[in-house]
Design a protein around this ligand. Structure first.
Ligand SMILES: N[C@@H](CCC(=O)N[C@@H](CS)C(=O)NCC(=O)O)C(=O)O
Length: 207
């Protein structure tokens, strides 16, 4: 039985849960992660020395890093990754880009406007965070508008890259701030929301 360790308020945990649902796999989930259950305890650190969620367990196999888990599940099931080498590489490109380039700029704005974290109260830094985040969103808009048409980021079929990007786009859509409009991204978001697993996991709160 597949088991996921992690709280559903984590965007990285929801990536994995969306993929599991999209693949129709049966799994168990155990709540770990702050503030509910601190993963920085020996029992959890023995599984993931980073003390972070998600972790996937299958028998004696232990896997952490949400993108590695997505790739593992897609490879295991032979779904959610394109077959042709170049298209597959493009899906992995967008999957890596989501974590390495799209997500980092939002930190200050999300802490200030969604999490309401004490100390994140400088309007200039919020504006700077949104502006940098928007430059990354422009890249996604260009891809979806010109190259991808009505499909997904790496072709006509949904892939694990769309799951990761969908959760990031959901965060962009949800943040209560003045921000540029991205019509191709907005259409893409609606396409992903039409998927039951997308609606389920993008609909969760995103602290
Ligand atoms: N690169 C890691 C990042 C994991 C990560 O940042 N997890 C956060 C939640 S999104 C975490 O575990 N925070 C500590 C906690 O929840 O206690 C991945 O993609 O799996």
């Amino acid at each position: 039985m597949l088991k996921v360790l992690g709280r559903i308020t984590s965007i990285n945990v929801r990536k994995v849960l969306w993929a599991l649902d999209e693949l129709g796999l049966v799994y168990e989930r155990e709540d770990w992660g702050m503030p509910g259950r601190d993963p920085k305890v020996p029992e959890f650190l023995a599984l993931n020395p980073n003390g972070q969620v998600p972790v996937l367990l299958e028998g004696g196999f232990v896997l952490w890093e949400s993108n590695a888990i997505l790739i593992y599940l897609a490879e295991r099931e032979g779904k959610l990754l394109p077959g042709p080498l170049e298209q597959r590489a493009l899906a992995l490109q967008w999957l890596g880009w989501q974590a390495a380039e799209l997500n980092p700029p939002w930190g200050y704005a999300v802490n200030a406007l969604i999490r309401k974290t004490p100390g994140y109260d400088d309007p200039a830094k919020v504006a700077e965070s949104i502006a940098k985040w928007a430059t990354r969103m422009e890249i996604l808009e260009a891809r979806l508008g010109h190259d991808s048409g009505n499909g997904f980021v790496a072709g006509d079929d949904v892939s694990i890259a769309d799951i990761a990007l969908g959760l990031s786009v959901h965060r962009w859509m949800s943040i209560p701030a003045e921000k540029p409009q991205f019509p191709a991204v907005a259409d893409y978001y609606q396409r992903l929301l039409q998927r039951p697993a997308g609606a389920r996991w993008m609909g969760q709160e995103t602290p």
